[in-house]
Design a protein around this ligand. Structure first.
Ligand code: FES
Length: 293
């Protein structure tokens, strides 16, 4: 049984804006009944170029209905430029979150919106088409789409990719190729991050220091921990002391002390400041499920 937020339940039991606008300005259709999920989104603009009405028809699970419903609510009042910036994460956040295994519904919502905007911008001529090589033939997912969900959601495992776009969730024969795409995209991201992270050694204000610690955790430390089912949260910074809490597999791992010093502390010293040292949050360490004997 999935854990759904109250907002997901509300939009599932009372979906808003169900149907289709007859003389729509934009029409987006994605998915297919054969793959288990399909969504048709239509919108109409007012004279100022803002979306005044949006409607949907969907075939899918509770999350597909809730994400489609909330998407129509979100985009009403937006200009096309604003609607074009809506991400799958925005849709999931608006619902107060979705179960990981259902994130593909938020991706389907974003795809339908993009298809409808493209249809509008081309004067109704262009219909949504798959771009790039199809990697997962079971669900018709292309390399471009897989690369995009990895990049936008910082996905590290094939299982996560399946959750976000279904690729790999059928016969499984595409899993090795998905794994290679993850490696390539994450490698490119690491290089980009290395180029954007500020050079250590400059004088930082307290706020800049905390922001840089958070950025280093997000970009340099968390991806490595998530690859093994773990996670980390920044709790506080007191002078040179950085207080963190391990989550997931890291919270039960016998090697946690090693990870704390040789990964977390080492990375923070490398990217932020030499004098930093790391301590585990005492409250988290005392939680019964976090014991590591
Ligand atoms: S080809 Fe991707 S799961 Fe079958």
């Amino acid at each position: 049984m999935w854990e759904y937020t109250d907002k997901v339940k509300d939009h599932f039991f009372n979906p808003r804006n169900v149907g289709e606008i007859e003389d729509a300005d934009g029409v987006g259709e994605v998915g297919s009944l054969a793959c288990g999920d399909a969504l048709k989104l239509t919108f109409k603009l007012d004279k100022n170029g803002k979306i005044k009405d949006a409607r949907f028809k969907t075939f899918g699970c509770a999350s597909a209905i809730a994400t489609s419903s909330v998407l129509t609510e979100m985009i009403k009042g937006m200009t096309i430029e604003e609607a074009a910036k809506v991400t799958n994460k925005d849709i999931a956040d608006y619902l107060g979150g979705l179960p990981e295994q259902k994130m593909h519904c938020s991706v389907m919502g974003r795809e339908a919106l993009e298809a409808a905007i493209e249809n509008y911008r081309t004067g109704g001529k262009k219909k949504h088409q798959l771009e790039g090589k199809v990697v997962c033939t079971c669900f018709g997912v292309t390399e471009n789409e897989i690369e995009r969900v990895i990049r936008e959601n910082n996905l590290m495992t094939v299982e996560e990719v399946t959750n976000y776009c279904k690729a790999g969730g059928g016969c499984g024969s595409c899993k090795a190729e998905i794994g290679k795409i993850i490696e390539r995209v994450q490698g490119e991201k690491r290089k980009e991050t290395a180029m954007t992270i500020p050079v250590k050694g400059r004088k930082l204000t307290n706020i800049q220091k905390i922001q840089l610690i958070q950025q280093t955790i997000n970009e340099q430390i968390r991806p490595a921990l998530r690859a093994h089912g773990g996670n980390i949260e920044l709790i506080d910074v007191e002078g040179n002391k950085v207080i963190v809490a391990f989550r997931g597999m890291c919270a039960q791992c016998k090697m946690a002390d090693f990870t704390m010093k040789d990964v977390v502390e080492a990375k923070l010293r490398e990217f932020v400041a030499d004098g930093l040292y790391v301590e585990e949050d005492s409250d988290s360490a005392l939680e019964p499920h976090n014991h590591r004997e």
